[in-house]
Design a protein around this ligand. Structure first.
Ligand SMILES: [Zn+2]
Length: 264
């Protein structure tokens, strides 16, 4: 049978429909959202159409600029796939065939050979997880490696809404209380932590405190962080940040304590 132009158009339509269906159903669940925001290719099993969702999308579009501006880094341009799941079980079902070792984690960033991928499921406060994991993704898109403590300290810093970063992070009050009870910072100890399993809540908070000190503290301390990140990004021998910081500012731990104590 000779195909008529009408039949050809009909088959083409079916083919296009089938192809788009395959893309649409590439996850266990249906993607209700599929959009590009800055470097992020966002796929979500639930709609982000309410005010809260829109604000989250605005924040995501700013995250790359914020990291670039605040850390003085030229961020990478590779795409980052962000997968948002409607429920924890949907998240776990998706991960168990793709990243089985990550199933028990509450949220996940995976640096792939082709692109970075973020996995987060909806629960109360999931926006924080999303900002946290997306920060890891932007950092790893930008630098060949990031020391673990610094990676987590920066992700903790950027995980709150932008307006809360200087003074609205819960870690600030926690650290003030710890200082009252005689807490002593120890950056060299943090630098020795080799895996997330070795890090507890106190380590995350201390990493955040060092980052906050270097972002909002004296300009000369901020410069040490900027130079360190620059060297990592450009493949220069970076060494340990503590060596650089303590060589220039041997009293940095004491200054960190007084920075946190006085910060409002
Ligand atoms: Zn993290």
């Amino acid at each position: 049978m000779v195909p008529t132009p009408q039949r050809l158009a009909h088959w083409m339509a079916i083919l296009v429909f089938a192809t788009s269906l395959a893309t649409w159903q590439s996850a266990l669940g249906q993607w209700a959202e599929n959009r590009k925001i800055g470097p992020f290719q966002l796929r979500s099993e639930f709609a982000l159409s309410d005010e809260q969702g829109q604000e989250l999308l605005r924040e995501m579009s700013r995250l790359q600029d914020d990291v670039e501006q605040m850390l003085g880094l030229k961020t990478g341009l590779d795409p980052i796939e962000v997968n948002l799941f409607r429920t924890k079980s949907s998240y776990q079902n998706y991960l168990k065939v793709r990243v089985p070792e990550g199933v028990s984690r509450p949220a996940l960033f995976v640096r792939g050979t082709d692109m970075g991928r973020v996995y987060v499921y909806r629960h109360w406060g999931f926006e924080q997880d999303l900002r946290h994991e997306c920060t890891h993704a932007v950092l790893h898109n930008t630098m060949p490696y990031v020391p673990l403590w610094l990676d987590e300290g920066l992700a903790e810093y950027f995980e709150v809404p932008a307006s809360h970063r200087p003074s609205g992070n819960d870690h600030l009050n926690s650290m003030k209380k710890k200082i009252l009870f005689g807490w002593k910072p120890d950056l060299r100890r943090l630098e020795q932590l080799g895996s997330l399993r070795e890090m507890d809540g106190d380590d995350y908070r201390e990493s955040w405190a060092w980052v906050h000190f270097m972002m909002h503290g004296p300009p000369e301390v901020r410069q040490v962080l900027a130079d360190y990140l620059y060297d990592i990004q450009h493949g220069n021998l970076a060494g340990k940040l503590s060596d650089r910081l303590f060589a220039k500012h041997p009293d940095a731990p004491r200054r960190l304590v007084s920075h946190i104590r006085q910060w409002r």
